[in-house]
Design a binder for this molecule. Structure first.
Ligand code: OAD
Ligand code: ZN
Length: 272
């Protein structure tokens, strides 16, 4: 790894700088969770194949809530069976070491960062979490844990009457929905920490972007804010992506490779 990069990481740690880690699906790839834009994302309904961009929508949920829940319960099964990998564990270790100088912004809804040891207080789950639900017709803003009575599903296994019963809003009895940001919806502060993410970005001395293709709006804005304020951007990804370019244009670094290998090396540079 480049000496200039290791030196820059060490400096952030020594000068007690503020550190923001921004993660996407790539950090969970080594745990066996398919990334969004990989081939595993497709879902067949009848004779048609749907992309996540079509399944993960309020429009689809309104038309076909059972199908959307089958898809989510299949994905929840995969996430629960997965284990945090070296990348997640390194990010958890950063929080343990840097405390309130550290913040994690994650697009992942798989819960692996929290299972690896990051705290909910210092983790903004800006696309929500699949372990939580909320009323499908918005009778309340309250967010509830997914009922343990709901069973995860094999691919295309139908919902049972018991599942449907357990997927009711405790307040009004309507169907609950997954507490995730869908493609036809907008970010907000209340559920997704939109403003807080931008506020924290403005104070960051280091933005470490990991395993994200930069396809969503808030993460790109976070990158631009950090760049504008002169923070250091370091991108970790096996492939070129918009954050790699952003880092390159602002005196930062692109560390090309899998996060499970690269992140421990970066943390080493910060602690030795
Ligand atoms: P994507 O699936 O778009 O991108 C995954 C990124 O991870 C790619 O840039 C890969 O190169 C990279 N990657 C793959 N293996 C990796 C590894 N071992 N280590 C590090 N990186 C690796 O996932 P996201 O960028 O997270 O939003 O997608 C962003 C959002 O778009 C998702 O949260 C979701 C989706 O639409 C919503 O559902 C609202
Ligand atoms: Zn309700």
């Amino acid at each position: 790894m480049e000496e200039r990069l290791l030196g820059a990481m060490r400096e952030v740690a020594e000068k007690k700088g503020k550190i923001v880690v921004l993660t996407g699906a790539g950090i969970s790839a080594e745990s066996g969770i398919p990334t969004f834009r990989g081939p595993e994302g497709f879902w067949t309904v009848g004779s048609r194949e749907y992309r996540p961009e079509e399944m993960a929508t309020y429009a689809m949920f309104s038309r076909n809530p059972d199908e959307v829940w089958q898809w989510y319960l299949y994905r929840i099964g995969i996430c629960r069976a997965a284990e945090p990998n070296a990348g997640h564990l390194t990010v958890a270790r950063m929080e343990a070491l840097f405390g309130d100088r550290f913040l994690l912004i994650t697009q992942n809804v798989d819960g692996l960062h929290l299972r690896a040891g990051n705290s909910l207080a210092r983790t903004f789950q800006i696309h929500g979490s699949i372990e939580f639900v909320r009323c499908g017709v918005d009778c309340t803003k309250e967010v509830f844990p997914l009922s343990p009575a709901v069973r995860v599903k094999k691919k295309h296994e139908p919902l049972s009457d018991g599942d449907r019963e357990a997927l009711r809003c405790p307040k009004c009895g309507s169907r609950v929905r997954p507490h995730v940001l869908w493609f036809d919806e907008c970010y907000n502060e209340e559920y997704y920490r939109f403003n807080s993410s931008l506020r924290i970005a403005a104070e960051a001395d280091l933005l470490l972007t990991v395993g994200t293709s930069g396809a969503t709006n808030l993460p790109m804005q976070v990158g631009h804010v950090v760049a504008q304020k002169g923070g250091l951007i370091v991108d970790v990804n096996p492939d070129v992506n918009p954050f790699a370019s952003m880092a390159g244009q602002n005196g930062g670094f692109f560390c090309q490779g899998p996060s499970g290998t690269i992140l421990p090396k970066l943390l080493d540079a910060m602690t030795n």
